[in-house]
Design a protein. Sequence first.
Length: 120
Amino acid sequence: MGQRICRLFRRVWAMITLLSIFAIGFLLVTGQNVLAADSATPEIWMFAGPRVANVAPGWEGLRTDSGDMWKPDAPWETVAHAVKVIQFAPTNVDRARDSDLQQAVANIKRRNIALAVGDG
């Protein structure tokens, strides 16, 4: 009878050990997946620009409302929360009035969005 109890105890102990190892491995793997999902969150960039004072030839009448997004009551609050970087084209910066550029930069800063200037 004593040997049966001893064998039973060893089997139970082996099962507990095996299940413990499995549980620890499972937690490690799922924990890494959670961390990987957080680091895989996309960084959303948005291509925009300040209001352009003197439009380049061929662009007259196109997107004349783009400068309106920098007004305090502009209806893009939901999008702004997801955007990490706003990129301005150098030509838009060159063709904007200083006051329009200042308004855009101040609004970007207020929303804690990074600013990039470039072509692509």
